[in-house]
Design a protein around this ligand. Structure first.
Ligand SMILES: Nc1ncnc2c1ncn2[C@@H]1O[C@H](COP(=O)(O)OP(=O)(O)OP(=O)(O)O)[C@@H](O)[C@H]1O
Ligand SMILES: [Mg+2]
Length: 450
């Protein structure tokens, strides 16, 4: 739970201070009273109050002169000026000096509570906005696309060309090829970059929930719809909505999605009216969409609407030239990857591997390698099933019973590692050895096929 908001009351009227402090205490706020400018300056420095109730006439001067000190202590502090001599000029001056709100004496306690609540809410919204802005800056940084192959250059050229458009883009490609990343890049490369980018995974939610999530709900639409809620289409208005695994969307919703794309307006669940939206849709699927249409999963009319602009991400095995730059890029970003490099012969081996999990698999293997490494060089190929025990290591006929003991152990460790999806802790538990022993054993394996 966050700590209670701090309120500083500055007024030479002690009775008034007392009254307000009690009232705010009952509302769950922490209030401190001061009666002079000097005292308030000292308290503000110590407490960094969120809200300050400021009387403009104090025994040692004008309350407004305190504002720069208050804002220095907490630049997000909300100052509410309370004056016994209201005038329009006064109010304008006060706003210019950085006052957030303005009340006149005698103060109505109910009104005071409302004003304080509103000031705190404004502060909260400002904080949320700051966090969102920082997150979107981080996202923009992490939307860099890496690749040098001819196939990749074509993808990048399409991103640049499509970013400026407003029509939907259909992004296809196997799992882990970078479809979600590509959607982010298209958003941040275009004129909508400063507007929201929201995402929904159409396979992850049951039908009723996706409908409410995407299109919103009108209060009273069904039992439980206690308040009106905007859907992602409306929240992302002016920005981008990324619909992942769009072929998994239930068919009735596909029809609704199509009508939003055609008409540019959404109707919330249970509502009679439509709201215009200018949200751009990017959709992804890892099923080939033509197959999804043929099997009746994806509506043909929606497919035609989404397929206006199309980008296909080729699997990593078809663009091995991208593997070295991807490794360098990912190693820079993975903790503690800075300064780590591939050991000799690794590049050649990694280019030979078929990467069924594409770039995501490459990233996971590098991450595991970094965890196991001793020096600056890593040997990710040793963690790949296909290279861990080259066929040549097996005796003719592939009979395991004829393997030397250490080879058999290596084979067994890799089988368990695979069964545990590469999770070292689980593997060590299954094998009945400690994590450090497992790490040592993996590290000490001879380099395969270099
Ligand atoms: N060209 C690239 N440059 C840099 N990083 C990449 C690239 N392609 C993929 N990645 C990284 O690989 C990982 C997997 O990519 P992403 O999640 O975008 O794949 P996806 O195609 O959306 O997978 P899924 O179908 O499972 O949703 C991410 O960490 C992403 O940042
Ligand atoms: Mg994805």
């Amino acid at each position: 739970m966050s700590p209670p908001a701090q309120v500083l009351i500055l007024d030479d009227d002690r009775f008034f201070c007392h009254l307000v402090r009690d009232e705010l205490g009952r509302a769950g706020l922490d209030a401190v009273a001061e009666h002079t400018l000097a005292g308030a300056r000292e308290t503000a420095r110590k407490l960094h109050p969120d809200v300050v109730l400021l009387d403009n006439q104090l025994p040692d001067g004008d309350g407004l002169t305190l504002i720069p000190d208050l804002l220095r202590a907490n630049e997000d502090a909300k100052v509410i000026l309370i004056t016994g001599f209201p005038s329009f000029d006064n109010a304008v001056d006060a706003l210019r000096d950085g006052v957030h709100d303005y009340l006149t004496k005698p103060v109505d306690l109910e009104k005071l509570r409302t004003v304080i609540r509103r000031a705190l809410r404004t502060g909260e919204l400002e904080r949320i906005e700051q966090v969102a802005r920082r997150r979107s800056a981080e996202e923009r940084d992490s939307s860099a696309l890496v690749g040098v192959s001819a196939a990749w250059r074509e993808v990048e050229a399409l991103v640049q060309r499509f970013a400026a458009a407003g029509s939907p883009v259909l992004i296809t490609g196997e799992s882990g090829t970078g479809k979600s990343l590509l959607a982010r890049s298209i958003h941040y490369a275009g004129p909508r970059a400063a507007s929201p980018l929201l995402a929904a995974n159409c396979a992850a939610l049951p039908e009723g929930l996706i409908e409410a999530e995407l299109f919103g709900v009108e209060k009273g639409a069904f039992t439980g719809a206690v308040a009106t809620r905007k859907g992602l289409f409306e929240i992302a208005d002016g920005g981008t909505l990324f619909l992942d695994e769009v072929a998994e969307m239930p068919p009735p919703l596909q029809a609704k999605l199509l009508s939003v794309l055609e008409d540019g307006e959404v109707r919330r669940l249970g509502s009679a009216t439509c709201h215009p939206v200018r949200t751009r849709v990017l959709a992804a699927t890892n099923l080939p969409p033509e197959e999804a249409v043929a099997s009746g999963r994806l509506r043909r009319d929606l497919y035609y609407r989404l397929n206006v602009l199309r980008i296909h991400l080729p699997p990593l095995r078809d663009r091995p030239d991208d593997i070295p730059p991807l490794c360098r890029h990912l190693l820079m970003r993975l903790p503690p990857g800075r300064g780590a490099r591939l050991g000799p012969g690794e590049e050649r081996l990694l280019r030979l591997y078929p990467w069924p999990g594409n770039v995501r698999e490459l990233k996971n293997v590098l991450e595991r390698s970094l965890m196991l490494q001793d020096g600056a060089e890593i040997h990710p190929s040793r963690l790949l099933e296909a290279f861990a025990l080259p066929a040549a290591d097996l005796p003719a006929g592939g009979d395991e019973t004829l393997l030397p003991l250490d080879e058999l152990e290596r084979l067994h460790i890799h089988r368990i590692l695979r069964a545990c999806d590469g999770n070292l802790t689980h593997t060590a538990q299954k094998l009945g050895i400690s994590l450090s022993t497992l790490r040592r054993k993996l590290r000490d394996e001879p380099t395969a096929a270099t």
